[in-house]
Design a protein around this ligand. Structure first.
Ligand code: FO1
Length: 312
């Protein structure tokens, strides 16, 4: 069975690890959001690609959710002493990824080719594709500061400003990464991981041709709700729903995905919401979607891979 999965960072990578563990082959293609990418001290940072790469190679710091386990921070300390900008943290070992990627980009190698080399070097079975080889930085529109770049909002301002919307700069000129549309067309299942709909999944769907490919896909599209019992497991998803004028709920997630999704996987705590999701014309499965252990990730992956999907 061939599977394509759209993913952001931490929450998405947990399910991606489950899928990669269950499938263990390159029949799995992970499509990563790159709206979070930016340059820091001249280095190209691709947080969601790296979270997938580090998680699937068993190198990630599971508590922090990003970066490498056992990381040291000598570079950041030295940078701080020199008065350098240090609001964003690149660990000493993580620097290797950033220097390698930046140098290869400078040589004209594409982000998708660099990512393919990295996943092979680290022995990851699944393909990992950026959503696009063109830069499409997410701009967060805020009440307090107007439009600001994603990492300035997320890390420097700790996602505290109230959001009014999001734009993806350069999206009209972006093309899906090589192989992305083919992976969607060849897939027997397409999975939307439990990532933030506004800043992790929407940027991928906004790449010209991707939303259309999902809407027209012959394969069923299955989304796992990132909202559980009215809140997000991690990150500002619930806060963003409220600021955008909607109560965070599985119904709100289902309404956002209504035109592309066939089946929603919602947490068993939200079983009472199943009938509302069905009323939107979607199939529903309840499962334990909170993934603490590897077993949880494998179990949710199996649910996403094996649940029957109602005919659309
Ligand atoms: N998140 C933070 O909250 N603070 C950081 O200093 C930080 C550094 C960082 C470096 C590399 C990387 O791949 C991710 C990093 N993240 C950091 C996470 C990242 O900002 C977000 O988790 C994602 O962009 C949202 O998915």
């Amino acid at each position: 069975m061939k599977v394509a999965a759209l993913s952001g960072g931490v929450g998405g990578a947990k399910l991606a690890l489950g899928l990669n563990t269950v499938m263990g082959s390159d029949d799995l293609t992970l499509i990563a959001n790159t709206g979070d990418d930016f340059e820091f001290h001249g280095l190209h940072v691709s947080p969601d690609i790296d979270t997938l790469v580090y998680t699937l190679s068993g190198k990630s710091d599971e508590v922090r959710g990003w970066g490498l386990a056992g990381e040291t921070w000598g570079f950041m300390e030295a940078l701080g002493e020199l008065g350098g900008e240090d609001w964003f943290n690149l660990g000493d070992h993580d620097l290797a990824m950033h220097i390698l990627r930046t140098e290869k980009l400078r040589q004209g190698i594409s982000l998708s080719a660099i990512t393919a080399d990295v996943r092979q070097a680290l022995g990851i079975a699944a393909h990992i594709l950026p959503m696009s080889d063109q830069a499409v930085p997410t701009i967060v529109h805020t009440v307090e500061h107007g439009p600001i770049s994603f990492q300035r909002y997320f890390v420097e301002r700790r996602a505290e400003p109230a959001v009014t919307g999001f734009t993806f700069k350069g999206i009209d000129a972006a093309r899906p990464a090589p192989g992305l549309l083919d992976a969607l067309a060849a897939a027997d299942r397409i999975i939307i991981c439990p990532s933030n709909p506004f800043i992790s999944i929407d940027p991928v769907l906004a790449v010209p041709g991707v939303r259309d490919a999902l809407a027209k896909a012959s394969a069923p599209v299955i989304a796992v709700s990132p909202i559980v019992a009215g809140d997000a497991i991690k990150g500002p998803t619930a806060k963003m729903f409220r600021e955008m004028g909607t109560e965070p709920s599985v119904q709100a997630v289902a309404a956002r995905y209504q035109d592309i999704v066939d089946l929603m996987i919602i947490d068993e705590q939200d079983a009472a919401a199943a009938k509302d999701v069905q009323a939107l014309g979607l199939g529903v499965v309840t499962a334990q979607t909170v993934m603490r252990t590897l077993e949880d990730k494998i179990a949710l992956a199996e649910t996403a891979l094996r649940s029957p999907v109602p005919p659309s």
